[in-house]
Ligand binder design. Structure first.
Ligand SMILES: Nc1ncnc2c1ncn2[C@@H]1O[C@H](COP(=O)(O)OP(=O)(O)OP(=O)(O)O)[C@@H](O)[C@H]1O
Length: 902
């Protein structure tokens, strides 16, 4: 395709050039017209007016005399090319004419008209003004090629093969006229030095004048009104230049001729006379078939071309286009059968004997077209595939097409994207410590190699979501300043078999090329799941092949290759043991949810990035104690939420209140202002939450209560917020108090309403799972004993006997009943207090710790240290947010113990 485009662009260039020769370099009309205009005022009357000639002009009189001495020129008309000799001989008869170069022919008036017609209508377009110059060819003669073409045209034998000659002739002529023009201009500018040739020209001019006048009177044309050029400008003693000067088409250069022919064909075919015309069957029958003028018919697809007997047609229709060579009528047919029938009938009607019937031949539409239609789509498809495969970097061969087998790992480099440093990762000092060793290995490998230490190949970072595993890996790359390739385990898995393994190969090959570098495979459990585990569910060969490839690649490193593989997962428990063995992922780094101090550090990192006037030390501590169980990602989100809340209120800085609103939003969910509870439901929710609050206040081991609310948020209709603190061990009593407190809502409903609601189901779920864990995992049941039964819901068979199962059920029930009894005794005792808190809740909707102290007096037990520091008497009081709009609603109650109670 592109070659065709290039080719036609080449034609266009040549065509332009050809035209350029004829119009710019050749005829130089603008100059000519300017020159003509300059002399016209003086000379025009002498040329174009016979009646207004000024009487006393010596020069003119002399010219008239000269003209009278010269013999009259008689044009010799030659009917065809054979008359060329006669034309050449006529050169002597015309003194006004210029010497004829070799291969040029003098033309008669009739021939001149014919040539003029060709030049005006021929393949090369001449602007109107330049056509006037064509008149000059009476004096210059014409190239033989042009003359012959003119004769052929006159005889009606002009064909495609003559186009080359025509163009060549036109070019030669254009060039000659241009030279004349150039010479005349030179003469004009050097008027102070009249040359001999000029004097000759002057003498010739008068004879020309005479001739013009004679022609004018003969033709009785009113040419006097037409603008004419000063002829003296074209008279010169210019030596003939048969080779055409600088003409690029000079001589018989075959290439020029071929190109010229091609250009001419292109131009001519676009403007030439028609080569065919559609005709109806009726017309064809009436005008040609019935008269026996049809020689042959050719069926091509659904078109029939009619070949006429040209001589017979010429004798019958001498003026018809049908007589032109190469001209054919054609008509369309619906089907070949129908056409044959019709033709047969028409010929039978005319009584044409079978031996004289019109021969019909059948031609394939076009071999090329047929081939194109048959093989084109296939060739195109194959071409596209090959093209696509070539475009894929490194494609072909083992990499296959479209890059399916290329690793999708994203590459980051120290200079461009990885700006994370260890200082940006807060609250996981041990993990940082572990991983920093990789950095020193990448930076100074010789320190390890010198002592014969083997460089660790990789580390698995395991921990809950959002705890900063990816961040830690990025910081490692940022600190070590090496390229960092990050890819998710799921990106190895594709629907094509073998793709995962080849992507692993590609990833490691790229990493080796860029060593030293770090590969980080996030969510490695997507491919690193234990092979034995997956067999149980039918297995997945593709995933296993990918895992095997990772194992192979990690084995394939030699100790000097500085490629470190880090992997992140939330499910380290299901990873294949082979992956975890030393020599592959040597280090197992736990990245757990941050402790209180860790959260404080993380808060500090993010508080630095926002605008706040609060004391960062106090603020970060308070926020950290408000957010037990929060991972780094939750903290980052919380700080951002606070900034958004502050911005929404057009605040100048972010205050503690904004942070607390943000935490509440993150913990409890979005406030549901549209949820309107009816009064009974609202009252039930208030008493339910008051039951929890009273339990939290009066049970010794309950977590400190922070806030009670009956504003619906997230999925819950109300909630009580406790601060459980970072408890790593829990005693039996703590568990019992927590269970009793969780049942406080339902028991309060029982005590204050005639019936109970569905709102306590989430409480029951928590209580049940706590009691079950006490019996089956924590060894807190004497009857079951110190046994551990893993609660795996996927397993069909329980890991204990039927009898043990019954014992477990009985023990779980017993523990829950004990907690129930404990709670009921307290709430019966504190029934009045429950009522006080519930009524206050109905009024204010949100109660904070201060309200509880005001209504119930101080809590009878000491608070935890951290709680006392940030929320006790000595601490600044957190601003309350009682202004949030009330909104009652149906169904489920949900409470929050920090984050755990969701
Ligand atoms: N210790 C931390 N210090 C600072 N920012 C942290 C920390 N942990 C998490 N973040 C923030 O949380 C975002 C998410 O962390 P990251 O993607 O590293 O978690 P992850 O453990 O890889 O999670 P997942 O297991 O879901 O992939 C980080 O971009 C960062 O903003």
């Amino acid at each position: 395709m592109s070659s065709i485009v290039r080719q036609s662009a080449g034609f266009v260039r040549i065509a332009r050039y050809s035209r350029y020769i004829a119009t710019r370099r050749g005829l130089q009309t603008p100059h000519l017209l300017r020159a003509a205009a300059a002399v016209r005022p003086a000379n025009a009357p002498r040329y174009y007016s016979t009646s207004n000639q000024p009487p006393n002009q010596d020069g003119d009189e002399k010219k008239v005399e000269d003209a009278a001495k010269k013999p009259q020129i008689q044009s010799t008309h030659s009917p065809g090319p054979t008359g060329a000799k006669a034309h050449e001989s006529s050169t002597q008869e015309n003194d006004d004419s210029l010497p004829l170069p070799e291969g040029w022919i003098r033309v008669s008036k009739e021939d001149f008209q014919q040539i003029e017609k060709i030049l005006e209508n021929g393949p090369i377009y001449l602007p109107e003004r330049e056509k006037l110059l064509v008149k000059e060819i009476r004096r210059t003669g014409v190239p033989r090629e042009l003359f012959e073409v003119a004769m052929k045209k006159q005889a009606g034998t002009f064909g495609m093969s003559d186009i080359g000659s025509l163009l060549k002739g036109v070019n030669k002529l254009a060039w000659r006229l241009a030279e004349l023009d150039a010479e005349n201009k030179n003469n004009n500018t050097d008027s102070s030095r009249p040359s001999r040739s000029y004097q000759e020209s002057s003498s010739q001019r008068s004879s020309k004048e005479e001739e013009n006048k004679r022609e004018e009177s003969e033709q009785t044309h009113d040419d006097t009104q037409k603008p004419k050029f000063e002829e003296s400008h074209f008279k010169s003693n210019l030596k003939p230049n048969p080779s055409g000067g600088n003409n690029p088409f000079k001589g018989n250069d075959w290439l020029s001729t071929v190109i010229a022919t091609a250009v001419a064909y292109y131009l001519y075919s676009s403007i030439s006379e028609e080569t065919g015309r559609e005709i109806t069957w009726q017309e064809l029958k009436k005008n040609f078939l019935d008269k026996g003028l049809i020689e042959k018919m050719i069926v091509r697809g659904h078109t029939v071309f009619v070949e006429l007997d040209r001589d017979a047609t010429r004798s019958m229709y001498p003026e018809s286009v049908a007589t032109r060579p190469g001209f054919n009528y054609y008509f369309s047919i619906a089907s070949v059968d129908a056409f044959e029938r019709r033709l047969e009938e028409a010929q039978n009607e005319l009584g044409i004997p079978s031996s004289d019937k019109i021969p019909v031949s059948y031609a394939g539409e076009s071999n090329f077209m047929n081939l194109l239609l048959a093989f084109g789509p296939t060739v195109l498809l194959v071409g596209i595939l090959i093209y696509a495969s070539r475009r894929t970097p490194g494609a072909g061969g083992s990499n296959g097409i479209f890059g399916f087998s290329k690793s999708k790992a994203k590459r980051f480099s120290h200079e461009t994207t990885i700006k994370v440093k260890f200082s940006d990762v807060a609250g996981m000092d041990e993990a940082k410590q572990e991983i920093m060793e990789f950095v020193s290995f990448l930076k100074k490998p010789e320190r390890f190699q010198r002592l014969g230490a083997k460089i660790p190949r990789g580390a698995i970072l395991a921990g809950p979501p959002g705890t900063g595993k990816t961040l830690l890996a990025k910081a490692t790359a940022g600190e070590s300043g090496v390229p960092f390739f990050t890819v998710s385990g799921s990106e190895f898995v594709e629907m094509f078999v073998g793709v995962g393994a080849s992507r692993v190969r590609d990833l490691f090959a790229t990493a080796r090329k860029n060593a030293p570098c770090i590969i980080f495979i996030d969510e490695i459990d997507a491919i690193g799941r234990s092979r034995g585990e997956s067999q149980r569910f039918g297995g997945n060969d593709e995933r296993e092949a990918t895992l095997n490839q990772i194992l192979t690649e990690m084995d394939g490193f030699n100790t000097s290759e500085q490629v470190v593989v880090l992997a992140g997962t939330n499910r380290v428990d299901i990873l294949d043991k082979a992956l975890m063995r030393p020599g592959r992922f040597d280090r197992h780094i736990n990245v757990d949810a941050p402790t209180m101090a860790g959260r404080q550090d993380i808060f500090k990192v993010y508080l630095k990035k926002i605008v706040t006037n609060e004391d960062i030390e106090y603020l970060s501590g308070r926020l950290a104690s408000l957010t037990p169980g929060f991972a780094g990602a939750d903290i980052a989100n919380c700080v951002n939420e606070a900034a958004l809340i502050a911005a929404r209120g057009n605040a100048a800085t972010i205050t503690l209140q904004h942070f607390e609103q943000a935490i509440e939003r993150v913990v409890g969910g979005l406030e549901r202002k549209s949820l309107v509870l009816d009064p009974i439901e609202k009252k039930t929710v208030a008493y339910h939450e008051a039951g929890h609050a009273i339990c939290g206040w009066y049970f010794r081991y309950a977590d400190p209560l922070l806030k009670v609310s009956i504003i619906p948020r997230g999925k819950g209709l109300g909630y009580a917020q406790y601060l459980p603190g970072d408890a790593y061990l829990m005693s039996y009593n703590q568990l019992m108090d927590r269970m009793a407190m969780t049942l406080g809502g339902r028991i309060s409903e029982e005590l204050h309403f005639p019936t109970v609601t569905t709102g306590a189901s989430d409480d029951f779920s928590k209580v049940t799972s706590m009691a079950t864990a006490m019996v089956t995992q924590w060894g807190m049941s004497d009857k079951v004993g110190p046994l551990y039964f893993k609660n795996d819901e996927g397993k069909i068979h329980k890991p204990f006997s039927e009898t043990t199962g019954q014992t477990i059920d009985a023990e779980v029930k017993r523990i829950v009943e004990e907690a129930y009894k404990q709670c009921k005794e307290l709430l019966i005792e504190k029934k009045k207090e429950v009522g006080i808190i519930a009524e206050e809740l109905l009024r204010k909707e949100v109660l904070v710790r201060d309200d509880m102290v005001r209504l119930l007096g101080p809590r009878p037990f000491d608070d935890r240290d951290d709680f006392a520091k940030y929320f006790g008497e000595e601490a600044k009081k957190p601003p309350t947010n009682p202004t949030e709009s009330p909104s009652p609603s149906p169904a489920i109650f949900q409470k929050l113990e920090g984050k755990d109670m969701r």
